[in-house]
Design a protein around this ligand. Structure first.
Ligand SMILES: [Zn+2]
Length: 258
């Protein structure tokens, strides 16, 4: 199993992230991708990955932590990509968040600038959405972005899912589908072929059903596999095998830069 979206670098994991990682490995998690959020966070991700071969990293500017000076932050991103010893597997987490105060126009501009960086590097992207599918799809189209990626924590209709798939994206599937009340997303995920899906926890957020109120961890990703297997009426092993293949097809294998 691969956790394609886990914020293992956040303060919630600071005291025990190495234990969290080994518990995940014990439960059969072979890789974890840590998406980037802020300029100051990239170095920590980098150092964690340098010491642990199971970790992949992406660098990017998360809309939720919108930088004070976007141009300066973009220059830092380009510099990070030039100087890093660990090659990132993607640019992310980037996108538009429709539930925060930062003007949507400014968010969309920073998002499109990062799509451009991803194009320059021939890297896929990790997308963040909240009430913003129409804006993300509009930007992808306008930027003529062709390197694909993943729409993280996908929720929405089958029609929206198909638009991302047509644009070359996979859908990141996490704890949402473990809740029986998430009927719309469960129905969508049941109708989308497995080849378009990736597993994720979004830990420490998005706890699985039955674990509300507790910190989410990558070791629980088997519960997403079980829910997916159930929705598709197939064996959990098939889900694991296909989503792992999807991950490597999209992100490749990690390589040292120097
Ligand atoms: Zn995230």
């Amino acid at each position: 199993m691969i956790d394609s979206h886990c914020h293992l670098d956040l303060p919630e994991f600071e005291p025990d992230w190495q234990d969290v990682l080994s518990s995940a490995v014990t439960q059969g998690v072979e890789r974890i991708l840590i998406p980037g959020t802020t300029v100051s966070g990239w170095q920590r991700q980098h150092d964690m990955a340098a010491d642990n071969v199971q970790l992949d990293v992406a660098f990017g500017l998360h809309p939720y932590f919108f930088p004070d000076d976007p141009q300066d932050a973009l220059a830092s991103l380009r510099k990070q990509l030039q100087t890093t010893m660990i090659k990132p597997v993607a640019i992310g987490e980037i996108g538009v968040d429709g539930a925060i105060d930062t003007p949507l126009k400014a968010q969309q501009a920073l998002f499109e600038a990062q799509l451009e960086v991803a194009s320059e590097q021939s890297l896929p992207v990790i997308l963040h959405h909240r009430r913003s599918h129409h804006l993300l799809l509009e930007s992808i189209k306008r930027s003529r972005f062709t390197h694909g990626g993943v729409i993280h924590a996908f929720s929405g209709s089958e029609q929206v899912a198909r638009q991302y798939i047509d644009a070359g994206f996979k859908l990141g599937i996490g704890g949402t589908i473990t809740y029986s009340r998430a009927q719309k997303t469960r129905q969508t995920v049941a109708n989308i072929p497995l080849q378009h899906l990736l597993l994720e926890t979004d830990a420490p957020d998005m706890p699985m059903s039955g674990r509300q109120g507790a910190r989410n961890e990558p070791q629980f990703i088997g519960e997403v596999v079980a829910a997916l297997a159930d929705l598709h009426g197939i064996a959990p092993e098939v889900v694991t095998e296909q989503t792992t293949a999807n991950y490597f097809a999209l992100f490749g294998s990690r390589t040292q830069c120097k």
